[in-house]
Design a protein around this ligand. Structure first.
Ligand SMILES: Nc1ncnc2c1ncn2[C@@H]1O[C@H](COP(=O)(O)OP(=O)(O)OP(=O)(O)O)[C@@H](O)[C@H]1O
Length: 542
């Protein structure tokens, strides 16, 4: 539970302060019960002091309850905030391949469901803490009232807790299975939102998807959750039954066996009745904690690395200046496997070797599925090759160099994400170029800059790609990569891209990689790299 540890570490001073307030609260509650019991028993020596004691303890109880609640709410919110940022940081820092293997639905389920489950556990923490403090305070009071009765009570508590925890363990198994189903559910939600057009157009597919996939998964999730929470409910009822049995014992049986006085007896019954609410709060909190522990286990099973300094998104300050003259891939190999490491490779790129000079305009060509995009991800440092080395001039890239290396590139992949704002672009000189680029890319009649946002990104696919190209221009890196960028452009703009924009970038000294199927324009390239089934079959001038 390293994550839980990190969350607790982030909020520990507040939690300690809240625990102290909670303990004081528990103590004052127990003292108040003792005082009420003494008043009811009309203990003569204490009669004059009792009203003052009542006011004092009541005030202390209110103050400690309020402060422990406020402090724990703060701690809970702090922990949730830390978890959100930690997960986002981890996702930003994790290798692309790992994120691809985990998949969008699971990442989304974790960012929403799991964070929510943990956050709920932190928000019941205030009540739980208070309840535990009250239970401890009351137990101390009862121990002081009568040690033999106290031990009898402890025995009953041990039996009750043991049987409850046994049942809670069963319930947790169901919650784990339900959480497993939730990943599938998120997968279906993705189909629902991203495949909506196709589902609308095809009735059979829509019905098959809805009744054959979405409904059964939602049903399974419901059933497992229902079973889990039902077992918790059984356990809670069992806990309540034990509580009544305990009160019955103390009222009717134990006093005769152990010879308790009426003061002791009323003290016990009063305390046990008073304890029913905090006990209930403890019992109610356990399902919430079980769900949170399932969530934490799930987050940890993703194995997003925690605290690896090489993957820290903030380590930019240490980067040496960008630039290289020669880039060499030496005996590079990359394999895709199924979800398990021991499964055979479904695709192998390489081993291949390649040297590229800075300022070259390189076309990467080949049939569908030949490995062009995979090679592009290796060249840009998004994938770390399984075997082989990447040399930048006379330096062989090590794991810790990749962050620096990636900063050389700006890429527009075929599944690019279009940012609607100028994130990270602050230089006034570059910002001043935006109207010029909007004009150049024939977007000025559609898109304006409003503050640091584009007025719209609701554009045609070809226009969206032009806007992505504009952002790439503004990034102004030494190397550019375009993955089938021209595929969505009209013939005129396609021509402009190949005949004007690419040569311009080259003239600026940029190294440009272009994945292309447009063989009409292969003559523009300085070099053609052709792939076939993951193997390099040509690396020459066209
Ligand atoms: N994330 C992935 N996980 C598993 N296999 C993948 C993944 N991405 C690609 N592949 C497989 O690797 C092979 C090469 O894919 P890649 O996208 O590199 O080809 P490509 O040459 O760019 O194809 P296209 O011209 O169709 O875009 C394909 O057969 C594909 O099934």
């Amino acid at each position: 539970m390293k994550l839980f540890q990190i969350l607790l570490e982030a909020a520990w001073p507040t939690i300690v302060a809240a625990a102290i307030a909670g303990l004081l609260n528990g103590g004052s509650t127990a003292a108040l019960i003792a005082l009420i019991n003494a008043t009811l028993q009309k203990t003569p020596a204490l009669q004059r002091l009792l009203p003052w004691g009542f006011i004092l303890l009541g005030t202390l109880l209110l103050l400690t309850h309020f402060s422990s609640q406020v402090l724990l709410v703060r701690a809970a919110q702090q922990a949730v905030y830390e978890m959100r940022l930690l997960l986002s940081r981890q996702i930003l820092a994790s290798p692309l391949r790992q994120l691809e293997t985990i998949g969008h639905p699971q990442l989304l389920a974790t960012l929403t469901e799991d964070v929510d489950a943990v956050s709920r556990s932190f928000s019941v923490l205030p009540n739980l803490f208070n309840a535990i403090a009250i239970v401890i305070g009351c137990l101390i009071y009862m121990g002081w009232l009568s040690p033999p009765l106290f031990f009898a009570l402890v025995a009953l508590i041990v039996i009750g807790t043991g049987s409850y925890l046994f049942l809670a363990g069963r319930a947790k198994k169901f919650l784990e299975q339900a959480r497993q189903q939730q990943d599938h559910l998120f997968h279906h939600f993705r189909t629902l939102t991203e495949g909506n057009k196709e589902l609308k157009l095809n009735r059979q597919r829509r019905l098959a998807f809805f009744y054959g996939e979405l409904t059964p998964t939602a049903q399974k999730t419901r059933q497992q959750n229902e079973l889990g929470y039902m077992v918790f409910a059984i356990a809670a009822s069992w806990g309540q039954l034990l509580l009544f049995v305990t009160i019955g014992f103390f009222l009717f049986t134990l006093p005769h066996l152990l010879g308790a006085t009426p003061t002791v007896l009323s003290g016990y019954v009063l305390t046990i009745i008073y304890l029913m609410l905090p006990m209930q709060q403890v019992i109610d909190a356990i399902p919430v904690f079980s769900r949170a522990s399932v969530a934490l286990k799930k987050v940890e099973s993703l194995q997003l690395s925690l605290g690896d300094p090489r993957q820290d998104i903030n380590n930019r300050g240490e980067l040496p200046p960008l630039g290289w003259k020669t880039l060499s891939l030496r005996q590079i190999c990359h394999q895709y496997r199924g979800s398990h490491e021991d499964e055979p490779a479904t695709f192998t790129l390489g081993p291949l070797s390649l040297t590229i000079e800075a300022g070259e305009l390189v076309f990467i060509v080949g049939g569908n599925g030949s490995g062009k995009s995979t090679l592009a991800k290796i060249i840009t440092g998004l994938y770390i090759p399984d075997q082989g080395e990447i040399w930048v001039d006379d330096h062989c890239l090590q794991l810790q160099d990749y962050e620096w290396y990636r900063q050389h590139f700006v890429a527009v992949f075929s599944d690019f994400y279009l940012f609607d704002s100028l994130l990270g672009i602050e230089s006034p000189e570059r910002l001043a170029l935006i109207p010029h680029y909007l004009e150049k890319l024939r977007l000025s009649h559609k898109v304006r800059l409003e503050g640091n946002r584009f007025s719209t990104t609701s554009l045609s696919q070809g226009e969206r790609k032009r806007l992505a190209l504009l952002l790439a221009y503004l990034d102004d890196r030494p190397a550019y990569l375009f993955d089938e960028w021209a595929a969505d452009q009209d013939p005129m703009f396609r021509d402009i891209f190949y005949r004007q924009l690419l040569p311009e970038l080259k003239a600026q000294g940029k190294t440009v990689f272009v994945i292309s199927h447009d063989d009409r324009y292969f003559d523009v390239a300085d070099r053609l790299i052709k792939l076939d089934y993951g193997q390099l079959v040509l690396a020459s001038h066209p």
